[in-house]
Design a protein around this ligand. Structure first.
Ligand code: ATP
Ligand code: MG
Ligand code: MG
Ligand code: MG
Length: 482
C-alpha cells in the first residue's frame, strides 16, 4: 500500500524528531521579512537563527528544527499546468541546523530517510546528486560514506548549486551557501535521456529534483562596486534543507505527476464532474490550473490575505482570475471554484488547521471574486458579439480591440479567438501582443514596488496568460522548463 501525502509529511517530521529536531508548525504564507511578498522557502522564518541569533522558540530552545512550510512562488505560477513539477503553492519539508550538525549528518540522514524501508524505501540506485563545483567535502561524503557511485554525481556552478543563486547580483540577501540537490530517476518511460545529459539540458522529465540540501555558511552583503559578491563568514555553519512534498508524493506513489496524487486527484475529478469534461491527462491544462490555483488561493486567503489591486492582494486576484478563465474555458458559467474549497480543507485541514477555521471566509471571498469576474466576462461577450456581428467573414479583429477585451473584461486572447472563429473572423495577434507590451511597460514604470522589496514582483505584473500544454517532446526539444 502506498503512503498518503499526509503520511509522508508525518514520516518526515517524525524522522527528524527522532534525530533531535524540534517540530514547529508552518509559518504563514505571508513572508516573515520584506524581501518577498510570500514565504518562498522553509528557511525564511529562520534567517535570524542562521545569522547567529540564539535559537529559542515558543516551544523551547533548539538548534535543530523541522517543519513542513507552505510556500508560494510567484515565479512558478506560469509553470502551473505546463510542467510536471511546479506548483504555485508547495509544502516544503525541511530540517534545519543552527550552528549544530553540518554536511555529513545532513546528507547521510537524507539518504537514510529516502532509502530506508522503514521510511520512504526508495531504491538507492535511482538516486542522483548534484554538488557545487568545488565542494569536495560533499563529494567525499556522497561517494565514500554513503556509497553513491561517482557517475551519479554532477558538479555545477552557482546557478544550480548555490542557494539562493540569483539574488546576489541584485543585493544583499543574508544567509547563503553551496548546496547539494538530490534527484530521482523516474525511469525511461519519462524520457530516454541519461544522467550525464543533465549537465547539458538542466531539464528532465525523467530525473526529478526532489530535495535541496543547502549549507549556509556565508552572509551575502552589499556587492562590491565592480559587482563582485561580498560573502562574509557567518558565526557558524548551518544546514537548511527543502524537499517539495508534492514531488516526494509523486515519486513515492509512483504516479505520473502531482496532479494524480491523493491531494489533487479528487479535486480534478470534481472539476471533471462539475464541467462534464473528462480529465484525460496533461493535455487537459484547464483542469490542472483550476485545481492547483484553487489550493493556493484557499491557503493564502486562510492566512488573512485578500484579493485586491496591490501587493499580495494583486497576486491573489491574478491567480484567481487565471483559475476562473480556465473554468470558463471548461464551460463553467456559474461560480464554481468556491465549491472545491471543501476538498482542499479535507485533504489539508489536519496539517493546516487555519484552513478549517477560515473555511467559510475562504469560500465567500472566492465566490464573490468569481461573481465579479464572471460579470465582466459577460460584459466582454456582449461587446465582442456586437463587434463581430458587424464584420464580414474573413475579416480581422484589431489587436487593440482584443487587448481591451483582455484588459477591461479579463478575456484571454484564446477565448476571443475562439468566439471570433464562430463568425469566421480572425484576430490580429501581433497587434494584441504589441498593445499588451505597451501596457506592461506602463504598469512597470508606475509600480510602487522597488525591486528589493519583492521577489518576483515583475512576474506578478505580467500577464498570467492561459497556458497551452505543448507536450513533453516539444518542451524537451526547446530546452524549456518542464
Ligand atoms: P526547480 O529547479 O525544479 O524549479 P528549485 O531548484 O527552484 O526547483 P529549490 O529552491 O531548491 O527548488 O527548493 C527546494 C525544493 O522544493 C525542490 O527541490 C523541490 O522539491 C521543491 N520545489 C521548488 N519549487 C517547487 C514548485 N514550484 N513546486 C513544487 N515543488 C517545488
Ligand atoms: Mg525553481
Ligand atoms: Mg533546481
Ligand atoms: Mg533546487
Amino acid at each position: 500500500p502506498t503512503l498518503s501525502t499526509a503520511e509522508i509529511r508525518e514520516k518526515f517530521l517524525s524522522f527528524f524528531e527522532g534525530k533531535g529536531h524540534l517540530r514547529l508548525p508552518s509559518y504563514s504564507t505571508v513572508a516573515p521579512d520584506p524581501t518577498t511578498l510570500f514565504t518562498v522557502a522553509g528557511m525564511q522564518p529562520f534567517k535570524a537563527q542562521f545569522m547567529g541569533a540564539p535559537a529559542r522558540f515558543e516551544q523551547g530552545a533548539n538548534k535543530r528544527v523541522t517543519t513542513a512550510q507552505k510556500c508560494l512562488r510567484i515565479g512558478d505560477i506560469e509553470n502551473v499546468g505546463r510542467t510536471l513539477r511546479h506548483c504555485s503553492l508547495l509544502e516544503m519539508l525541511g530540517n534545519f541546523s543552527f550552528g549544530d550538525y553540518f554536511k555529513r549528518e545532513s546528507l547521510t540522514w537524507a539518504w537514510e530517510f529516502l532509502t530506508s524501508p522503514e521510511w520512504m524505501g526508495m531504491d538507492g540506485s535511482k538516486l542522483y546528486a548534484t554538488i557545487y563545483e568545488d565542494d569536495d567535502e560533499a563529494f567525499d561524503i556522497w561517494t565514500k560514506e554513503i556509497g553513491l557511485p561517482e557517475d551519479h554525481i554532477l558538479r555545477f556552478g552557482a546557478d544550480e548549486n548555490f542557494w539562493p543563486a540569483d539574488a546576489p547580483k541584485e543585493g544583499p540577501n543574508g544567509p547563503c551557501g553551496p548546496c547539494s540537490e538530490i534527484f530521482y530517476d523516474r525511469g525511461p518511460k519519462y524520457g530516454d535521456d541519461i544522467w550525464a545529459d543533465y549537465a547539458e539540458t538542466r531539464e528532465s522529465a525523467r530525473f526529478l529534483e526532489i530535495w535541496n540540501n543547502v549549507f549556509p555558511q556565508y552572509d551575502r552583503q552589499e556587492p562590491q562596486a565592480d559587482g563582485t559578491p561580498t560573502l562574509v563568514d557567518l558565526p557558524f555553519k548551518n544546514i537548511d534543507t527543502g524537499m517539495g512534498l508534492e514531488r516526494l508524493a509523486t515519486v513515492v506513489q509512483d504516479v505520473y505527476d502531482f496532479y494524480s496524487n491523493d491531494v489533487f486527484a479528487p479535486i480534478i475529478a470534481r472539476i471533471a464532474e462539475l464541467s462534464g469534461q473528462p480529465y484525460e491527462g496533461p493535455q487537459n491544462v484547464s483542469h490542472r490550473v483550476v485545481a492547483e490555483h484553487l489550493r493556493s488561493v484557499s491557503m493564502v486567503i486562510a492566512d488573512g490575505s485578500t484579493p485586491g489591486n496591490t501587493g499580495r492582494g494583486y497576486v491573489i486576484r491574478k491567480i484567481l482570475r487565471r483559475a476562473s478563465r480556465h473554468a470558463y474555458l471548461l464551460g463553467l458559467r456559474e461560480p464554481t471554484l468556491y465549491q472545491l474549497v471543501p476538498l482542499v480543507v479535507e485533504s489539508m485541514g489536519d496539517a493546516y488547521p487555519e484552513l478549517r477555521a477560515e473555511q467559510a471566509r475562504v469560500e465567500a471571498t472566492i465566490r464573490s471574486e468569481e461573481e465579479r469576474f464572471l460579470k465582466t466576462l459577460e460584459g466582454g461577450i456582449q461587446r465582442l458579439s456586437g463587434l463581430l456581428e458587424g464584420m464580414e467573414k474573413g475579416a480581422v479583429l484589431g489587436g487593440n480591440e482584443a487587448f481591451i477585451l483582455y484588459d477591461t473584461y479579463g478575456f484571454p486572447v484564446d477565448l476571443t479567438k475562439e468566439i471570433a472563429e464562430e463568425y469566421g473572423v480572425s484576430v490580429d495577434e501581433a497587434g494584441y501582443a504589441e498593445s499588451l507590451e505597451n501596457a506592461q511597460n506602463i504598469a512597470r514604470a508606475g509600480s510602487k514596488y522597488g525591486k528589493s522589496e519583492l521577489f518576483g514582483a515583475q512576474e506578478a505584473l505580467e500577464d498570467l496568460s492561459p497556458t497551452e500544454f505543448v507536450g513533453y517532446d516539444e518542451l524537451e526539444a526547446d530546452g524549456e522548463v518542464l
